[in-house]
Design a protein around this ligand. Structure first.
Ligand code: ADP
Ligand code: MG
Length: 322
């Protein structure tokens, strides 16, 4: 039987090049550079809620870190340090090795140091805390959108939800389409480089984890504005496009969570300036709508169909306590 200390030593003790002191003491020590503002966030993945009991441990390790990196991306912060709090029903070395592989591979790619955490026996639960840096006041926030801003989205939306719709039987994908969609769900690629490149260009940003309507809605609420999105401009994969306008495909595109793309706003004058971030990050950007002033009503985000009329608001983001 693996002891707690042996487990930490074997799977979670790695060289932390960017920290003063990593795993092994009562706390880690990190040195914050002069003029930098710290961005701090945590995201928890709960078995039975965010993933199934039999989920592939390597994908789970990847995703637990990816969703946290995505929060840094949305802030335009450079991720630097993470801690990992793990509750495990048992210490299974094969499971742990695969989990640590998924986690550490992504950590190394982003040069993020795992500097500490906690390990305890209990129902499977993974909680990652992340710290990142942005110079001065350059971090991107939800509350900076202004009337007249363009609304932009990176990559394509809806594939993660499309995979789930397939599992639910709401629609059917071919084997190849399913594999691609499943990969978006299991191994999201956080848009860290894009977030950093958007500093000084974007006026507000959020990552799309609960669906475009819900997440753009959060930006609007925090900024005191509203938004209009043209359905035909929302970027999606050929697999999803082929299934529009079926309700399950429409819901995946507009209200599906787990894409981890960025949605941001920027002034019209920044259209040309956005070519560089897209190129740097290697991800296409689509201008999907604009920020408008908010007139009272239940919906801050209106989605316009091909005829320019709003489509019915039957869709909302994933709400954990509904
Ligand atoms: P404490 O008694 O202070 O809680 P622990 O025995 O829980 O210390 O942890 C020992 C060291 O291992 C600490 O540096 C802690 O941050 C680190 N650690 C514990 N669990 C993990 C984990 N899952 N991943 C990374 N580091 C961990
Ligand atoms: Mg502890």
């Amino acid at each position: 039987m693996l002891s707690e200390f042996e487990l930490i030593r074997r799977f979670f003790t790695h060289r932390a090049a960017g920290a003063v002191l990593g795993v092994g003491d009562d706390a880690a020590l990190v040195r914050v550079r002069r003029g930098m503002t710290l961005a701090v966030s945590a995201d928890m993945l709960v078995c039975g809620r965010h993933f199934a009991a039999g989920a592939d441990p390597e994908s789970l390790g990847h995703k637990a870190l990816a969703v946290n990196l995505s929060d840094m991306a949305a802030m335009g912060a450079k991720p630097r340090w993470v801690t990992l709090a793990l509750a495990l029903p048992r210490a299974d070395p094969r499971w742990l090795a695969a989990f640590a592989r998924g986690f550490m591979r992504l950590a190394r790619r982003h040069r993020v140091d795992l500097v500490g955490g906690d390990t305890t026996r209990g129902p499977l639960n993974v909680c990652v805390q992340i710290l990142g840096e942005a110079p001065g006041n350059s971090a991107l926030r939800r509350d900076g959108a202004r009337v007249g801003d363009d609304v932009w989205v990176s990559g394509v939306l809806g594939d993660a939800a499309l995979a789930l719709a397939h599992e639910r039987g709401a629609l059917e994908l071919t084997a190849r389409e399913r594999a691609r969609a499943r990969r978006r769900l299991d191994r999201p690629e956080p848009r860290v480089a894009l977030g950093i490149a958007l500093r000084g260009i974007a006026r507000s940003a959020i990552d799309v984890s609960d669906g475009l309507i819900a997440d753009l809605g959060h930006v609007c609420e925090r900024s005191g504005v509203a938004a209009e999105v043209a359905l035909a401009r929302v970027p999606c994969s050929p697999a999803l496009a082929r299934r529009l306008p079926r309700p399950a495909a429409l819901a995946a595109l507009l209200a599906g969570g787990d894409d981890y793309e960025l949605c941001f706003t920027a002034g019209r004058a920044k259209r040309a300036a956005l070519e560089r971030p897209a190129l740097l990050a290697g991800v296409p950007l689509a201008r999907v709508g604009r920020i408008t002033s908010f007139r009272r009503g239940p919906h801050r985000v209106r989605v316009l169909g091909a005829d320019g009329d709003p489509i019915a608001h039957v869709l909302c983001g994933y709400e954990h306590f509904s």
